[in-house]
Ligand binder design. Structure first.
Ligand SMILES: Nc1nc2c(ncn2[C@@H]2O[C@H](COP(=O)(O)OP(=O)(O)O)[C@@H](O)[C@H]2O)c(=O)[nH]1
Ligand SMILES: [Mg+2]
Ligand SMILES: [Zn+2]
Length: 297
């Protein structure tokens, strides 16, 4: 048997990359019986079919076994993700820190390593976004400023992608596809001017597909989101997804402190001392209340 990775699924077929070759695979019936549905990103064992089952484009194979998943996301539906690149633009569309914080929560929840990319620095004024770099670096995130179009600082990002499975997330129009086209030459992903897309209402409903990188590893381009629900986040767990709270965890007066109203709260004390950013804390409270509301319904 050969080990490979499912990179896309179309009409009952799974396409598995193994040793630089893509195999067109059917899944064995046993998965359906066990209620396991193969996911893009799954590491699988396949057996190759005799030559007469193959077509011009692909060699035929059968997926025999799905290996244990490290993690899996619902949106986009993909497994075994190592890291996520959250892309924002320093010009248009505007930096939306509420959305950035929501992305970070969803990524932290799945134990995926996040990187923040600020794109279009060729067109922006550093004075306007310096605070974003400072704030998120201080919290402990890696912030990479680059220009996909002018190819500035691309290598800094590229070195993180080798041999990893990386999801690219971020709002529409920030330059995700442009960035991927720059990283993997000849990819030819569709890109568009922001205003044109909105005007024509162009919404390319793409299927989920892992793109193999020639240096090793996979990337996944996601369609842009303009809003993000904190799906599946438990109110009481929200605090664990705020990286800067971690060092104060366990120092509050009450066990299970929610850091919202309790006396003797170490997080609120840190906030008062300027060790935690007010905007981040304000978002924590806002999301906490939203999650609480959902539960009461
Ligand atoms: N000035 C500038 N524009 C960029 C850069 N990267 C992408 N763009 C433009 O931003 C628009 C949206 O890019 P696209 O890659 O389609 O964004 P996506 O929706 O996130 O995939 C296009 O008009 C790109 O040419 C950059 O580094 N600098
Ligand atoms: Mg795109
Ligand atoms: Zn507390």
């Amino acid at each position: 048997m050969v080990q490979g990775t499912i990179i896309k699924g179309i009409a009952g077929f799974y396409y598995v990359e193994a040793n630089q070759t893509i195999y067109e695979c059917k899944a064995r019936g046993i998965f359906r019986k066990d209620n396991i549905i193969p996911l893009i990103g799954d590491n699988v064992l396949i057996t190759l079919m005799p030559e007469e089952n193959s077509n011009d484009k692909y060699q035929a194979a059968v997926i025999e076994e799905i290996l244990d998943r490290k993690n899996s996301l619902i949106r986009p539906p993909v497994s075994n993700v190592d890291q996520a690149i959250v892309v924002f633009s320093v010009t248009y569309p505007e930096l939306h820190l509420d959305l950035l914080d929501r992305f970070l929560i969803m990524i932290e929840k799945e134990n995926i390593i996040p990187y923040i990319v600020l794109n279009k620095i060729d067109a922006g004024n550093e004075q306007n976004y310096r605070y974003v770099i400072d704030r998120y670096t201080k919290i402990g995130y890696d912030v990479i400023c680059l220009s996909a179009k002018k190819e500035i600082n691309i290598e800094k990002l590229k070195e993180k992608l080798k041999d990893k499975t990386t999801v690219f997330a971020g709002p529409s129009g920030v330059g995700k596809s442009t960035l991927l086209n720059t990283i993997e030459k000849g990819l030819g992903l569709e890109t568009g001017a922001v205003s044109d897309k909105i005007k024509r209402g162009k919404h390319t409903t793409r299927h989920v597909e892992l793109i193999p990188l020639s240096m090793g590893g996979f990337v996944l381009d996601t369609p842009g989101f303009t809003s993000l629900q904190l799906e599946g986040v438990e109110k009481d767990d929200l605090k664990y997804y705020f990286k800067e709270f971690k060092e104060f965890e366990g120092q509050c007066k009450f066990n299970g402190c929610s850091h919202t109203h309790e006396p003797g709260c170490a997080v609120k004390k840190a906030l008062g001392e300027g060790l935690i950013f007010e905007e981040r804390y304000a978002n924590y409270i806002a999301y906490y209340n939203q999650l609480q509301d959902v539960r009461r319904w």
